[in-house]
Ligand binder design. Sequence first.
Ligand code: NI
Length: 145
Amino acid sequence: MQRLTISLDDELAEAFDQLMQKRGYANRSEAVRDLLRRELGESDLASGHSKECVAVLSYVFDHHERQLASRLTGLQHDHHDLAIATMHAHISHEDCVETVILRGATRKVQEFAHAVIAESGVRHGEVKLIPVQSKPGTALWRRKS
Ligand code: NI
């Protein structure tokens, strides 16, 4: 464990404390650790350093839209190696929300998620990638210290 001392101007320190409070962090160290992990993880994904990832894909769609529900299920079956779990909820008479957990090669996971998001009738599509192989401290599984 290393101890870092950082200097912040008053305005930034105050904004940071407010953010911490809003997000429910008990202390600055945990908040800084999370910020660093997120940045390092995104950097690993962007640079191609993390070849494997897990991801959470979510989107809303109208199940009345012609063939859309079966197209989405078909896409998941075509990529059953990537799409490891799906949760579906009916949020109104027309609309459904689905969350798909993906796991596999980062590039394939991204391609699959973007193909789903690009389907006509899919709205509010978002994918969050989490690196599996990455720099120490940013990996999915934390070593116990
Ligand atoms: Ni539904």
